[in-house]
Design a protein around this ligand. Structure first.
Ligand SMILES: Cc1ncc(COP(=O)(O)O)c(C=O)c1O
Length: 520
């Protein structure tokens, strides 16, 4: 069986059909069943002494049957988890061009520092007197976040970008209530291109969301905002650079119009990594902005946690910041301890934030220095523009030939009449060993393909990626639909029904029916 280059087929469906293996494994790509399928109730990796006889005190409620957990020996356990881990794709495996996610390299140095016992082993309930170093670290990080953003205050406890949005919008809500306008200012303006968490956050805390259209150049225009402003508007939530990878060039005019109308400017700072050291959001008129430490300052994305999304606040919002507040030598845990004039809106989290993430982010900042952080932003923007320039003769740009920021957005106009969709194209990237880019987001662009290479990639790595995408694009244009229709051909699993997998996940394992003996 020959593949398109005339070489024999790599492990894949055809090879498997021609040469089925007894185990289902494909060479060294090993199938890994569930723990329940391979575990045995009588096996264990540890040798525990039988407990001494004792009189149960559970009044007959004690378990009479074994708990039937699947057991494995230590090497089997090791192999199970190592094999599972090797099925994952991450930034340590290859280029991860997921737009709006900033999958940048997490330097090992940061990991090493975060694991130092003084940081890694502390407990949030330890007496404050035993953790002065941790408090100083949080205070130092807060100082740099304020310096880089040009904002006077920061709430450190939010656990992710979306949580930061909640924090910032709750501070805005509290400030509006303190002005006696809580009943009248009920609307939050959100551009159509915004990340879904923006309208969700506003709606969650009781605001009504009104969409602001994006204009033909992909940015929000001040006239569109002005047309929506009034005494009923509490805030605008604007992302800058926006989710189309463009800098909102009218941001200062928009901020001025919003303030003139008595409303607040919440900036979604998820894309701060494109402008660190170049622009201070405080100078643009921002009142609140979350910073995704996992995007801008390279902490791990965490797959659901733990994360950190500190929120910087303007003079007007600072008094409403949630508890606790951390100063270099003090932890302010209650409103009674807060300085005069402070009206914290409450508490968002049990403790003070994610120490591990803070440590990594500060290590990133200190190891880069001011010039390094600025260069990281410049390189991230350069990488995205390099990709744009090298692909724009084949793939269409929804907002025309204009420089982008840290991510480049293509649409699917160039795929018209090819029989190939954005999804097919992304699946074919998997066959080539690339994680797909972000697809179908932002929603304002048809068949969106949002590519964010980050500053981590070398030119050689970008060139290979570009050549691969060019090869795929040329194949799509040449009518080679076969290359796309069934892709991925070479992944351990073929194309899945992703909607069904998301809507009807099978979360419970049920043992297979015992095989019945054939009747005599
Ligand atoms: C523009 C934008 N805003 C907000 C968020 C939410 O951030 P998080 O995933 O940390 O909650 C994201 C995440 O991808 C984003 O891209």
């Amino acid at each position: 069986m020959l593949n398109r280059q005339g070489r024999s087929t790599a492990p894949g469906e055809e090879a498997m059909a021609d040469h089925p293996t007894f185990t289902g494994n494909r060479a060294l790509q090993i199938e890994e069943p569930l723990l329940f399928e391979i575990g045995r109730h009588d096996a264990t990796g540890v040798d525990i002494d039988e407990p001494e006889a004792f009189i149960p005190r559970l009044a007959g409620l004690e378990r009479s049957e074994p708990i039937a957990l699947p057991g494995l020996s230590e090497p089997e356990t090791m192999r199970h988890y190592v094999r599972l881990s090797s099925k994952n794709f991450g930034i340590d495996t290859g280029l991860f061009p997921l737009g709006s996610c900033t999958m940048k390299h997490n330097a090992r140095l940061n990991e090493k520092i975060a694991r130092l016992p003084g940081f890694g082993d502390i407990h949030p309930l330890q007496p404050v007197s035993t953790v002065p170093g941790a408090l100083a670290l949080i205070d130092r990080l807060a100082h740099y976040l304020k310096t880089l953003t040009g904002m006077p205050a920061v709430a450190m406890s939010p656990k992710a970008g979306a949580h930061g949005e909640l924090c910032g919008m709750m501070a805005i809500k509290a400030a509006i209530a303190a002005r006696g306008e809580g009943e009248s200012r009920t609307v939050v303006l959100v551009p159509e291109s915004a990340h879904g968490t923006n309208p969700a956050t506003a709606a969650l805390i009781g605001f009504t969301v009104e969409a602001v259209p994006a204009q033909a150049d992909g940015t929000v225009h001040p006239e569109d905002v002005r047309a929506k402003l009034g005494p009923h508007v509490a805030a605008i939530m604007l992302t800058n650079p926006n989710t189309c990878g463009l800098f909102e060039k009218d941001v200062v005019a928009i901020a001025a119009a919003v303030h003139e109308a008595g409303a607040f400017f919440y900036c979604d700072g998820a894309n701060f990594n494109a402008i660190v050291g170049k622009v201070r959001p405080g100078d643009l008129g921002v009142d609140a902005m979350h910073i995704n430490l996992h995007k801008t300052f390279s902490t791990p994305h965490g797959g659901g946690g733990p994360g950190a999304g500190p929120v910087v606040l303007s003079e007007a919002l600072a008094p409403f910041a949630p508890l606790p507040w951390i100063t270099s030598d003090r932890l302010i845990e209650t409103a009674a301890d807060a300085p005069p004039g402070a009206e914290p809106f409450g508490r968002l989290t049990a403790f003070h934030g994610q120490m591990g993430m803070f440590t990594r982010a500060l290590a990133y900042m200190l190891s880069h220095g001011a010039d390094g952080m600025r260069q990281a932003s410049e390189d991230a923007v350069l990488s995205a523009n390099y990709i744009r320039a090298c692909l724009s003769d084949l793939m269409s740009l929804p907002f025309g030939e204009q420089p982008c920021m840290h991510e480049v957005l293509f649409d699917d106009a160039w795929l018209k009449d090819t029989g190939v969709t954005t999804l097919d194209f992304a699946k074919a990237m998997i066959d080539e060993g690339y994680h797909p880019m972000t697809m179908y987001f932002p929603l304002v662009v048809h068949g969106a393909m949002l590519i964010e290479p980050t500053e981590s990639e070398s030119k050689a790595s970008l060139d290979l990626f570009i050549m691969t995408l060019r090869d795929l694009a040329l194949a799509a244009k040449a009518g080679d639909t076969e290359r796309f229709a069934g892709a991925p051909y070479h992944a351990p699993r073929r194309r899945l029904d992703e909607t069904r997998a998301a809507r009807q996940p099978i979360l419970r394992w049920t043992p297979p029916e015992p095989v019945k003996e054939a009747a005599e």
